[in-house]
Design a protein around this ligand. Structure first.
Ligand SMILES: [Zn+2]
Length: 394
């Protein structure tokens, strides 16, 4: 490999941009290598979500076999159950869940703020009722960092106040200001030397607020920049425009850029094109558990009767355990019979498809042909994101 185009040395990470975005402006897509305490992550990359210290229905060997090199786990959920102090006593999150590769923990901001009537936000933090038992808890930036330090993830994330993309301007402005103060406090509170710390840009869909937030967060010595407050109720066009504002300001910034919460292959492709390096979403696994399998150019719902007599594999060239050993008829039967194996096999397939898609994107960037093969990759990704939002909320 030739010399990296840029190298960023973080507090517990190193990010090399191996192939920068081309000078002709045909794409902002770039190829990178993120070195973390528990291993290396090639970017652009997708992180499967392990909410409760498990990617639902998969064990760590299954997760690795999908091609995943890093997963996300949720601070809010682990804080409530089984408790971050218990996980720390048991040797940290990696040992607890038997996953020895990189883990990113979110800050809990999204879950806490999503509780609606169950939470109250003030300038110091957020008070909320547990969705499990109604007990009252409080998260401040300092506490969110302490919980993540106890969990021992490779990447911790600053505590923020996300708002729905379509929120009124005054609401977005207020939450963005608070996010900035909380970012500085998260930074000051963080001390674990083997853990990287990312900051979150907010600003909704307002170009000036998004630009201010990007400048503010990028001005702090974080190890990576998260773009929050997207992958919600915005249109694809609004998302693209917002990414163009933020990424243009980060063009010369050597740190990784992470768009939180985006998960359909069509959406991932467009966001890579606009310069995003990291993604996470529950979407591939969630729709798999409902019987929807992703294929090159389309989708199949295995609850559909037509598959009950179909002896073919779900996807011919897929290396996942479902496609290697079983027919469409078998997985269709498992779903109709509510057999647990259906969840594992379907999840393995959709994550394998998603991570293979990211590998294809990386290969195209590496070869310098990404803009040229985008039409082909769009076809492979299948349905675009307009209809995805409806599915996500379903
Ligand atoms: Zn498969």
């Amino acid at each position: 490999m030739t010399e990296p185009a840029s190298t960023f040395h973080g507090r517990a990470s190193r990010y090399d941009v191996l192939v920068p975005a081309p000078a002709d402006g045909s794409t902002r897509a770039r190829l990178g290598r993120l070195e973390l305490t528990h291993g290396v992550v090639e970017t652009p990359q997708f992180m499967p979500v392990g909410t409760n210290a498990t990617v639902k229905a998969l064990d760590p060997a299954d997760i690795a076999a999908t091609g995943a090199t890093i997963i996300l786990s949720n601070t809010y959920h682990l804080y409530l159950r089984p408790g971050h102090e218990r996980i720390a006593r048991l040797g940290g999150l990696h040992r607890f869940m038997g996953w020895d590769r990189p883990i990113l923990t979110d800050s809990g901001g999204f879950q806490v703020v999503s509780l609606g009537d169950l939470r109250v936000i003030d300038d110091d933090g957020a008070t909320f009722r547990s969705h499990l038992d109604g007990s009252v808890h409080r998260f401040t930036p300092e506490h969110a960092i302490a919980v993540q330090e106890a969990l021992g993830s490779d990447i911790a994330v600053a505590f923020d106040q996300p708002v729905a993309p379509s929120s009124p301007r005054a609401v977005v402005a207020d939450a963005t200001e608070r996010t900035h103060r909380w970012a500085a406090r998260s930074m000051a509170a963080h001390g674990r030397p083997d853990q990287a710390l990312f900051g979150i840009v907010q600003g909704g869909l307002e170009p000036d607020l998004r630009a201010d937030s990007t400048r503010f967060i990028a001005g702090l010595p974080f190890d990576g920049i998260c773009l929050g407050g997207l992958a919600g109720d915005e249109t694809p066009e609004q998302r693209d425009a917002t990414l163009d504002v933020a990424v243009a300001l980060l063009a010369d910034d050597p740190r990784p850029r992470y768009l939180m919460g985006l998960g359909s292959p069509a959406d991932l492709l467009e966001a890579v094109h606009r310069g995003i390096d990291l993604f996470d979403s529950v979407l591939p696994a969630r729709v798999a558990r409902n019987g929807q399998l992703w294929l090159p150019g389309g989708r199949m719902n295995m609850r559909n009767r037509q598959f009950l007599d179909d002896p073919r594999p779900v996807q011919d060239d897929c290396p996942c355990p479902l496609c290697r050993s079983f027919s469409r008829a078998y997985i269709a039967h498992l779903f109709r019979a509510n057999e647990l194996l259906a969840y594992r096999l379907a999840t393995c397939h959709n994550l394998t498809f998603t991570l293979d898609f990211m590998a294809r994107i990386r290969a195209a960037i590496r070869s310098g042909i990404f803009p040229a093969v985008m039409p082909e990759l769009r076809l492979r990704a299948g349905r675009s994101s307009g209809r995805e939002a409806a599915e996500k909320s379903a």
